[in-house]
Design a protein around this ligand. Structure first.
Ligand SMILES: O=c1ccn([C@@H]2O[C@H](COP(=O)(O)OP(=O)(O)O[C@H]3O[C@H](CO)[C@@H](O)[C@H](O)[C@H]3O)[C@@H](O)[C@H]2O)c(=O)[nH]1
Length: 496
């Protein structure tokens, strides 16, 4: 039976002020428990939307979903299914339970280095997982799709100018190529059914920070690959010193420059994309046409970046300010594959999606620090692992402790919290369920899939029911590189 997104009352009504998605329809969010996913879930729930989260929790925590629900003031509805996208049969059961008006696809593996070691795993998880999802979306007649792409698809920038969406693509590693290939697949699918698909591919630059409450944030497995999670762990005392990968780049201070974007701004970008898709979806039911005469959006990429470049030293300085003391760092050799600078041209997103990054670098650092200090070991579920540490971590820390080439000495005791009161989660009322006859418990979270009918369970029993899962990490983002002297952001890029 076909499922159509129903027309909203007015094309001009933005989703942000008045969600128009059909009452009984839901938005499917894959990888919704991950870093970007959970922040987006807060935005969507706050709009009163009904979400169905599919995540295998291989690199995320269900706790993030509980907190997201709290942060949204228990608005909207959230149904969670611990499912791996590679398990097509389990995924189809989810499709049998709901009618989806749109899908936001975050789920996937995202570690650049790891992708070169296990490329088959990356192609299988990211590409095959996405194909499984797309097949079902097509079969169940949901053709509104938002894809987590990445600035990594641009590869080596051909100049130091901010990167536009029409720049040539050329991902440099298997992870990046999974994103690039999925983009190609999406274009082919949109072309195969003209006037039917509304697909937005969001190319993330460098997402950092955390929700301003400090309740949800990034919780990487093992040693963080990316700069800011690593810096945060140095700030909290889990690691002794920040390694700066080279200070001989052609940038104002010699360190790499990137377009860092606050995670909440990035999450808002998904709402903006949904609004855009909705207007086309509505157009399909009215006589509204795209400017090129088509009735659907087709497949369009948008950069989600600020257009401002900050160097590694800028980031360390801002984070030191947030923490209230100078963080220790040492300069080591360049990291293989890094570019000097990578910054977005966000003009198209501003024009078409009416979206702009609003938060400052200091917001990013203050919020990241708040999350880190309130959750020194990430989400509760991972405390045991984090506390014991891995062999690899212990070994690295041992090595670093002996190193004297640090700019300053860490002292976690002087850590201070940035001002801003963390939000106190309000135990919420139970949101109405799609399954009215099901027993009600504390949270409207459902775990199923192994069973023909969903069972509504509590957070406690959720853990038991979802005990085993294979594969995949949930997603996240990406990035790439512009420049500025410390503390003074530069619009666009220059050197390199
Ligand atoms: O411990 C660290 C980690 C990073 N850096 C530097 O910090 C900047 C940012 O690095 P990182 O946070 O790792 O982001 P990117 O290298 O920009 O990587 C992002 O950008 C890639 C290319 O777009 C994507 O593929 C990745 O998924 C995404 O994490 C770069 O100049 C790095 O050289 C350090 O100096 N020390």
């Amino acid at each position: 039976m076909p499922h159509h997104i129903r027309p909203a009352t007015s094309v001009s009504d933005p989703l942000t002020s008045s969600p128009h998605l059909p009452e009984q329809d839901a938005i499917l969010v894959t990888g919704g428990a991950g870093f970007i996913g959970s922040h987006t879930v807060v935005q969507l729930l706050s709009l009163g939307l009904r979400l169905v989260i599919v995540d295998n929790l291989c690199n995320s925590s269900e706790e993030a979903l509980h907190r997201a629900l709290e942060l949204a003031g228990n608005k909207g509805e959230l149904f969670f299914h611990k499912v791996d996208l590679l398990d097509g049969a389990a995924l189809e059961k989810v499709f049998e339970l709901y009618t989806f008006s749109a899908c936001i696809h975050f789920a996937g593996l995202k570690a650049v280095g790891e992708s070169s070691q296990i490329p088959i795993g990356y192609y299988q998880t990211n590409v095959t997982g996405t194909l499984n999802l797309l097949q079902l979306l097509q079969r169940y007649n949901c053709r509104n799709f938002i894809f987590s792409s990445s600035a990594t698809v641009y590869g080596l920038p051909s100049s130091t100018d901010p990167i536009r969406e029409d720049a040539s693509l050329g991902a440099l590693n298997p992870y990046g190529r999974t994103k690039q290939y999925i983009e190609e697949i999406l274009r082919d699918i949109a072309n195969s059914e003209p006037n039917q698909w509304n697909i937005i591919m969001l190319r993330y630059f460098n997402p950092v920070g955390a929700h301003e409450s400090g309740r949800i944030g990034e919780d990487p497995n093992g040693i963080p690959n990316n700069l800011m999670p690593f810096v945060a762990q140095v700030a909290i005392g889990r690691r002794p010193v920040i390694n700066v990968f080279g200070n001989d780049y052609e940038t104002p201070d010699g360190t790499g420059v990137r377009d860092y974007i606050h995670i909440v701004d990035l999450a808002r970008g998904h709402v903006a994309a949904l609004n855009k898709i909705q207007s086309f979806s509505m157009g399909a039911h009215t006589s509204v046409h795209n400017s090129n005469g088509t009735k659907s959006l087709g497949c369009v990429p948008y950069n989600l970046g600020s257009g401002i470049g900050y160097s590694v030293m800028d980031m360390i300085e801002s984070m030191s300010k947030a923490v209230g003391r100078q963080l220790p760092y040492r300069v080591i050799e360049r990291r293989l594959g890094d570019v000097a600078l990578c910054v977005a041209d966000p003009t198209l997103s501003a024009h078409d999606l009416d979206w702009r990054a609003e938060k400052t670098l200091q917001d990013m650092c203050n919020d990241l620090w708040r999350w880190q200090i309130q959750n020194p070991n990430g989400y509760e579920a991972r405390v045991a692992t984090a506390a014991s540490g891995t062999e690899e971590e212990d070994e690295e820390e041992g090595t670093l402790r002996e190193d004297s080439d640090v700019a300053s000495v860490a002292s976690t005791s002087s850590a201070s919290l940035p001002e801003t009161s963390p939000s106190t989660p309000t135990p919420g009322e139970l949101a109405p369920s799609v399954f009215a006859s099901l027993p009600v418990t504390l949270l409207p979270i459902i775990s199923t899939i192994a069973k023909p009918a969903p069972v509504m369970i509590s957070a406690e029993s959720l853990k038991a029911v979802t005990a085993a899962t294979p594969l995949v990490k949930p997603v996240v983002a990406t990035q790439v590189p512009v420049v500025s002297p410390a503390g003074s952001p530069a619009r666009g890029a220059t050197a390199c």
